[in-house]
Each structure stands twice: as structure tokens, then as C-alpha cells.
Design a protein around this ligand. Structure first.
Ligand code: ZN
Length: 269
């Protein structure tokens, strides 16, 4: 009798579970200004390198997107403490009394000293909050400061945000742990910074290096970040970084999507 009932009930159970999966909320992925990205689920907002202060004297490439959240749960990841990636006052406002900054342990003391509520983690150790899992993985800063990239997972989806890292040798190790990535957000401006004589070696990945990194990461999609601003002689980005990255991605069979600041896409959890 029980066996018969199980046979009858099981298809119903499977259908109910399938409906639950099908009705899972999508993750909304929005590009913010410069390197900023925002991930939103039904009840949680996650910012990465969100900057809401005008550092560009009214000329923020693609416009200055307000850093706002509608959900109760709010987290802000930071790749490193440079002002085009860390905006303390904006984070204090948007996180309010309940939100947290999630950072690598190397930055925890500094961020806490600025009045932010901090959850810190060593590299490769996942932190789970709000239905997301965040893992700091290696990156290399162009000025020798502490910097990490973030692996951001929710449901079956995985993303990587790489701040403004240089090219480095950790991509395949990261891919070995986490690939495939549904989307990777990679800096492309290949900027050379002031100095006499001007360095020929960029302080951030070039468009071609970023495409190489996306391929090494086994990414299903590359979204370029951190480009569109040049102020010679102090800050000189690669020629046409977006066009160069798009052409390199096309040549190499990599899916590539440019999101202007404020644009978004949705992907099922
Ligand atoms: Zn930067």
C-alpha cells in the first residue's frame, strides 16, 4: 500500500520541487560607476567596489550611478582600499546600521577604523551571508598595495570581480576551484600612471590580458569594468580599451557584454 502511495506521491513531489526551482528569483546584476557592480536577489543586495562620490569632476565615464539598495540585507565587498574602489561615506550611508563590509583580513583594521562594520576573511576561505558565498582570491595591485578579487556565488551562479588587478599567475588555480563562471567582471584600462620617465608597463590589466584572464577562468561571459577615463600625463589608459577588448574577445570566441553604468542583466539563481 505504501509502495503504491509512494508511486503516486513521488511524481507530485518532483513536480513541486521543479516548480520551486523554476520560480527561484533571478539575480539582478547591475554595473555601477567605474569598477562597481551590484548583485540583487529578493532579499539581499551585494555591492562590489561601489563608489557614489564624484571623483571625476562631473565626468564619470558613463555617468555617476547612485549607490542605493531596497533590500533589508546589504553587504559591500571591497577589492582594495584605493578611492576609486572604496568610498567609505557612500558605504556608511547605503549599509546603514545593519549592513556589513566584507573584506580580506589585510584591510579589516583599516576599514573598521573608518567606522565601517566589517566581516573579514583570509584568502580562499568562504564567507556565507544572505544566500551568497563570498571568497577572496589572489590579485596583484599595480602599486603594491593589498588587493583581492572576489568570487561571488549564489544558487548555481558564480561570478568573479577583479577590481583593478594586474595580470598574474593565479587564474588557473582560481578556475580550478570555482569554474565555470557565469560572468567575470574584469578591468581593461591598461593604465600607465605618472612618473618620469613614464612607465611603459601598465598598472592594470590591458584589454588583451583581461580577455586572456577570462579565458583562463573558463568564463561564460566577460563584462569589462574600470575604463573610460584618461587624464594625461598622470593617468593614461590604453587606446580604445572597450573596442580592443571587444575585438580580442570576438577573435578568441569569448562571449563579451558591455554594460554601461546603470545597465543590468538578470540571470536565474
Ligand atoms: Zn582602480
Amino acid at each position: 500500500m505504501n509502495q503504491i502511495r509512494n508511486r503516486v506521491l513521488l511524481p507530485g513531489l518532483v513536480a513541486a520541487l521543479a516548480a520551486q526551482v523554476a520560480s527561484a528569483d533571478p539575480v539582478r546584476v547591475e554595473r555601477l560607476t567605474w569598477a562597481g557592480v551590484k548583485f540583487v536577489t529578493a532579499d539581499t543586495t551585494v555591492f562590489v567596489d561601489a563608489v557614489g562620490t564624484d571623483l571625476w569632476d562631473g565626468g564619470a565615464p558613463g555617468g555617476l550611478v547612485p549607490v542605493t539598495a531596497d533590500t533589508g540585507r546589504r553587504y559591500a565587498l571591497v577589492t582594495h582600499a584605493h578611492n576609486d574602489h572604496l568610498d567609505v561615506e557612500t558605504l556608511k550611508t547605503v549599509l546603514g546600521d545593519r549592513g556589513y563590509v566584507i573584506c580580506h583580513e589585510s584591510m579589516a583594521t583599516y576599514l573598521a577604523s573608518r567606522g565601517l562594520r566589517v566581516i573579514s576573511t583570509p584568502s580562499w576561505v568562504p564567507v556565507s551571508r544572505g544566500g551568497f558565498t563570498f571568497t577572496a582570491v589572489p590579485a596583484v595591485d599595480g602599486f603594491g598595495d593589498d588587493q583581492v578579487s572576489w568570487v561571488i556565488a549564489t544558487g548555481k551562479r558564480r561570478f568573479l570581480h577583479a577590481g583593478d588587478t594586474l595580470w598574474h599567475g593565479h587564474w588557473r588555480r582560481i578556475a580550478g576551484q570555482f569554474s565555470p563562471f557565469d560572468a567575470v567582471f574584469l578591468p581593461i584600462n591598461g593604465v600607465r600612471v605618472s612618473g618620469e620617465p613614464l612607465q611603459e608597463t601598465p598598472a592594470v590589466m590591458t584589454p588583451a590580458q583581461a580577455v586572456d584572464a577570462a579565458i583562463a577562468l573558463e568564463a561564460k561571459l566577460m563584462v569589462p569594468i574600470h575604463f573610460g577615463h584618461s587624464s594625461p600625463p598622470d593617468y593614461i589608459e590604453a587606446d580604445d580599451p572597450l573596442g580592443t577588448a571587444r575585438a580580442a574577445a570576438s577573435r578568441r570566441g569569448l562571449a563579451f557584454r558591455h554594460l554601461s553604468p546603470g545597465e543590468h542583466f538578470a540571470i536565474q539563481e
